[in-house]
Design a protein around this ligand. Structure first.
Ligand code: UFG
Length: 324
């Protein structure tokens, strides 16, 4: 099987590329290198530097390669930026996806794994120990989440009208590194933000300490990027062996960690003695968002193996490697 991996030079995408190759499948990477880094990829891999908003260029990729499935990771993913530039996010994430699925349909490619996000759930009114399952109401609260939900809706129509077999993976909070050179080099999420803050000699900030959770800080489901990559291979197998279907699937661990717990774990791993400092709540943060992962187990026979400790250690190793 030949899988086209869009966004394959990115932090998550590159982990997925290596895991797909390890599964015995062939890979073609498409990436516009706006945030991807080509040197993350193994030598000799077919590579297309193409932006998905260039419809003709996307169709031309399907002329040049025999493709049997598409893993679609390429997207803009910063919530704050999406609020400032909603039209840009729509163009990149929705128009780009539409071009891709149109090219798939025109070439009779029906296997589709889509990188969705827990952002589709918005701010569900859950108690700190409730889990969110895929049947929950989808009500995104920012343009980024809206583009992911629209991507799911378009994919679902492709399943109904063009017999696509779709797994929409709703990622929870992805962190860690499978190997140091593949680490997350951006500083947009809690783990890298804390590293960067400690590097500066500052105290990590906790956005809100009065949420209805045991320690007052927000709870999230942190999933190791290597586990996530393995989930993609399981999802490829699932769509390869399914008929027309649309299946949203939570990809998390089923266990929540609070911001204080994550910072504490990072302190253990880095040896930092900096105490966290409480700051104002950040707009739009749900108190808790933790995945019910039974569907992933049932449909993909996948569950996460790695712990928060593995996440912190591997992320710290990668952070140091990339800052050398
Ligand atoms: N946080 C802090 N201090 C910081 C940075 C973050 O307390 O310096 C807190 C946030 O308020 C939040 C938690 O750490 O409670 C995690 O924040 P992130 O920004 O790392 O992640 P989010 O949960 O906000 O968002 C992540 C992805 C989104 C995705 C969402 C889906 O970044 O792309 O999960 O749930 F949409």
């Amino acid at each position: 099987m030949n899988w086209l991996i869009t966004g394959g030079a990115g932090y998550i995408g590159s982990h997925v590329v290596y895991e797909t190759l390890r599964s015995g499948r062939d890979v073609i990477v498409l990436d516009d290198l706006s945030s991807g880094i080509k040197s993350r990829l193994p030598d000799g891999i077919p590579f297309e530097e193409v932006t998905l908003t260039d419809r003709d260029a996307v169709f031309a990729v399907f002329d040049r390669h025999k493709i049997s499935g598409v893993l679609h990771l390429a997207a803009k993913k910063q919530v704050g930026e999406s609020i400032l530039h909603p039209d840009y996010y729509w163009e990149e994430n929705v128009v780009g996806l539409q071009n891709l699925v149109d090219a798939m349909a025109a070439n009779n490619v029906a296997n589709f794994v889509f990188s969705s996000s827990a952002a589709v759930y918005g701010q569900p009114d859950l108690k700190f120990d409730d889990l969110v399952d895929e049947a929950a109401n989808c009500a995104p609260i920012n343009p980024y989440g809206e583009t992911k939900l629209e991507g799911e809706n378009i994919s679902e129509k492709c399943a109904a009208n063009s017999d696509f077999s779709v797994a929409a993976l709703r990622y929870f909070n992805v962190a860690g590194a499978g190997k140091p050179e593949l680490g997350d080099q951006s500083i947009f999420n809690l783990v890298p933000i804390v590293f960067e803050t400690l590097d500066r000699g500052d105290r990590p900030k906790v956005f809100g300490n009065d949420y209805p959770t045991p320690d007052g800080s927000c709870i999230r489901d942190y999933v190791h990027v290597q586990d996530l990559a393995e989930a993609h291979v399981a999802a490829m197998e699932f769509v390869e062996n399914s008929g027309a279907i649309f299946m949203p699937i939570n990809i998390g661990t089923g266990t929540g960690s609070s911001v204080f717990e994550v910072i504490d774990k990072i302190s253990q791993v880095t040896g930092s003695t900096m105490e966290p400092v409480s700051a104002a709540r950040r707009n739009g943060d749900p108190a808790a968002l933790v995945a019910n992962v039974s569907r992933a187990k049932e449909m993909l026979n996948w569950s996460s193996k790695r712990t928060l400790d593995d996440i912190a250690k591997s992320a710290w190793e990668a952070w140091q490697f990339n800052r050398k």
